[in-house]
Design a protein around this ligand. Structure first.
Ligand SMILES: [Ca+2]
Ligand SMILES: [Ca+2]
Length: 90
């Protein structure tokens, strides 16, 4: 058995289960990012919990999102608010 694959599957199942619990809908799993998911990711990304996600914090959780930082930072203050952060996914 490939351990990494197994772990990723376990994580995916866990995420799906939590989405199901949150929304009570099977269809929620296949849908795009939900606000609750974005909020959870935002909290995780905001490492110093100052209410804004810097490009560094964003890179730390997902380097592939970092190139979109400037575009998402609508008010150009160098941090993504929760609303701005949601723009990365939507
Ligand atoms: Ca922060
Ligand atoms: Ca901003």
């Amino acid at each position: 058995m490939k351990l990494h694959q197994h772990r990723n599957r376990a994580l995916a199942a866990l995420l799906a289960a939590s989405a199901l619990t949150t929304f009570g809908l099977g269809s929620a799993v296949a849908a795009p990012m939900k606000q609750e998911d974005i909020t959870a990711m935002f909290r995780k990304a905001d490492a110093n919990a100052d209410g804004g996600v810097t490009k560094e914090e964003l890179s730390a959780i997902d380097p592939t999102l970092a190139p979109n930082f400037e575009k998402a930072d609508a008010n150009k203050d160098g941090k993504l608010s929760l609303r701005e952060f949601g723009g990365l996914f939507g």
